[in-house]
Design a binder for this molecule. Structure first.
Ligand code: GAF
Length: 386
């Protein structure tokens, strides 16, 4: 099991050894697993993610000279700049950190320099939103250093800063679900977000004897490699061909009238997937695990056949999880690799994960990783006292 270790101490110690700085603030923001509603955020649709207990920790110390220095456990070579010189032209991993500081400076929310060190327990490239957790941990740490209080307006600013860094600096044309859940999630709940109205509400999860298991196939996915952008463009084309503002407004029979087979199937996934979100909320509330099984199966089939974002490792993990006792399983996140999510009886976790490990070994795939997604809270910062 990939454990959700608290990395506060490691991050503050690494800040000291790397830069000789004492952290005054540690920002923390979680990764996420989406229960249902995939690729619906940029179609003004509904999503239902859960924040993971696995998170990024950003230890930060203020500087009076405006200099910005950033390092992380995965990228120990520091990024160095000056707060006034940050722009959208930032290469590589630093785009997700310095890019957020740039957008906060542009918004007038951050003016000073800082030293920052990041540690994360969110698996990278696993479709579990490690980048949004980095963005949001960075933002709340910088706002904590600036003496701000994280009220709802500022939370919205954090979400916006993360989205801008991701879309304008890292050039990943993503939709906003990951930053929203990283900030607004409440412990014990999933977050129902409506990307048409902009509203969100926490849906308490009465899982009882059930658990949410995430299995990382370790097939690395990238949101910048073209597959994600092409799906987004196809959805926009479908809406435009139908004369609609977005596919949120489309009915299934309208979509079936689209002439282009690929565009029609992409749009069909979006319309049917949006329609599965509220029934999932109802089924979770009622503990109707058979309904969850059907909804997850339909969602996975739709992503595999209509949206074409699954890979054989994801399909095998899903089939095996259900055969071994999960109520339901589906791929989660952007696709083209990454993870599946299963809901299952807590006492079936060992059996289901062992069955997936065995199936992967027999298929000649590398060993997957598993984690328990205990629904956790969104981003916050704590002041370091000594
Ligand atoms: C990625 C994106 F970042 C999200 O905005 C969302 O579109 C998701 O893929 C698919 O549901 O995580």
């Amino acid at each position: 099991m990939l454990e959700p270790t608290d990395l506060t101490t490691r991050a503050t110690e690494a800040l000291r050894t790397t830069f000789g700085s004492e952290a005054t603030v540690v920002g923390r923001a979680p990764g996420r697993v989406n229960l249902i509603g995939e690729h619906t955020d940029y179609n003004a649709g509904l999503v239902l993610p859960v924040a993971l207990p696995h998170a990024t920790y950003a230890a930060a110390a203020p500087r009076t000279d405006g200099v910005v220095r950033i390092a992380s456990a995965k990228e120990p070579e520091p990024f160095t700049s000056h707060i006034d010189e940050l722009s959208a032209e930032i290469e590589g991993w630093a785009a997700y950190v310095a890019g957020v500081l740039w957008t906060l400076r542009e918004a007038g929310l951050v003016t000073g320099g800082l030293d920052m060190y990041l540690e994360s327990s969110v698996p990278l490239g696993a479709g579990l939103s490690s980048s949004a957790s980095v963005e949001c941990a960075t933002a709340v740490a910088a706002l904590g250093l600036a003496g701000r209080t994280l009220d709802e307006d500022l939370q919205r600013a954090v979400v916006a800063a993360g989205i801008r860094a991701e879309t304008e600096v890292a050039n990943a044309p993503t939709g906003g679900m990951d930053q929203s859940v990283a900030v607004f999630a409440e412990a014990g709940g999933a977050l129902l977000i409506d990307f048409d109205s902009g509203e969100h509400r926490s849906v308490p999860l009465a899982l009882g004897e059930r658990t949410i298991l995430v299995t990382d196939t370790r097939v690395k996915h990238q949101l910048t490699d073209g597959g994600y952008a092409s799906r987004r463009a196809q959805c926009e084309k479908a809406a435009a061909d139908l004369g609609l503002r977005s596919l949120r407004e489309a009915a299934l029979d309208q979509v079936e009238s689209l002439g282009d087979d690929v565009v029609r199937r992409r749009a069909r996934h979006i319309v049917t997937e949006i329609a599965r979100v509220e029934p999932t909320v109802t089924a979770l509330g009622a503990g109707d695990w058979a309904a969850i099984g059907e909804l997850f199966a339909a969602s996975h089939t739709s992503m595999r056949d209509d949206f074409e974002i699954s890979v054989p490792e994801l399909d095998l993990a899903v089939t095996t999880a259900v055969e071994a006792g999960a109520d339901g399983a589906r791929m989660t996140g952007g696709g083209f690799g990454g993870s599946i999510v299963s809901i299952l009886p807590a006492d079936a976790v060992a059996e289901v994960s062992a069955a997936i490990d065995k199936a992967f070994a027999e298929a000649g795939y590398g060993a997957p990783g598993h984690l328990i997604a205990a629904p956790s809270a969104g981003a916050m910062f704590t002041e370091v006292t000594r």
